[in-house]
Design a protein around this ligand. Structure first.
Ligand SMILES: [Zn+2]
Length: 260
């Protein structure tokens, strides 16, 4: 059993490395199929560089040939995704549910990396998520289709009103149209009822975490912080630890109200 867990963790780290590379390529518009190369000297990444996290540590974060810096977000993505995949496995076991949630959260993780780097929700991961979830619903859960469709429209609709209120209060756009698209996808996957707790937790974590990022980087407060990664993290935490995140929210409903 320990071996199975280690294998899943390693699988998650390898996928994390792949997703981070894919995020950069989707963002740059380059081919996603070519082999990884150093972005300073163009040397193809060797065997050592392909080992998740350990490769980065052994190379001390630098290219073997030109000593150019390798982005620390590689090992960070690998570790984060390793943990993500292991936590999914830990809940579902090796079942069809594991395959379903693995694919869903890998697509969302890809969208989160891109949003974190560029503040954009790219169409391709969203479409991939919509198509995959549609197939899943038709084949395995046709009874959930209405719930999901309602989530899709409510998710995109709620955000229109939230951003409308933001504009009224701050007299500027705080949340982009990309967040509405993403929330529509999240509603489509997790059903409309989870939209409220997801927005609640994403806002709470976004205010806390975003505030800390701003303070530590000493950037100006007007700089936007991507909200998509917080929405995705909240969706994951609620799916993975519902006993924790759905109960606490019920206990403090008065904090939830101002967001709607
Ligand atoms: Zn190099």
């Amino acid at each position: 059993m320990i071996l199975a867990n280690l294998f899943i963790l390693l699988l998650g780290m390898v996928l994390g490395s792949f997703l981070f590379t894919m995020a950069i390529r989707l963002q740059e518009g380059t081919s996603i199929w070519k082999r990884s190369a150093c972005n300073h000297c163009g040397t193809t990444v060797g065997i050592l560089g392909l080992i998740p996290v350990m490769g980065y540590l052994l190379l001390r974060g630098r290219c073997n040939r030109c000593r150019g810096r390798i982005s620390p977000y590689y090992p960070i993505s690998e570790l984060a995704n390793g943990l993500l995949v292991w936590l999914i496995f830990n809940r579902t076991g090796l079942s069809e549910n594991f395959i379903h949630m693995l694919l869903i959260f890998e697509i969302l993780f890809l969208a989160a990396i891109i949003d974190f780097r560029t503040h954009l929700i790219l169409a391709r991961p969203v479409i991939l998520g919509l198509v995959f979830q549609s197939i899943w619903l038709v084949v395995f859960a046709p009874g959930e289709i209405l719930n999901s469709l309602f989530g899709l429209f409510l998710g995109a609709g709620i955000f229109h009103w939230v951003s409308y209120l933001f504009r009224l209060i701050r007299k500027k756009e705080g949340l982009g149209a990309g967040d509405a698209t993403l929330l529509g996808l999240i509603g489509f996957i997790f059903g409309w009822k989870l939209l409220f707790p997801i927005i609640f937790w994403a806002s709470a974590m976004g205010i806390l975490g975003g505030g800390m990022i701003l303070l530590s980087n000493r950037q100006s407060l007007s700089r936007e912080i991507a909200f998509g990664p917080w929405l995705i993290l909240a969706a994951f935490l609620i799916w993975r630890f519902p006993e924790l995140f759905l109960t606490i929210q019920v206990k403090i409903p008065q904090i939830e109200l101002p967001f709607f």
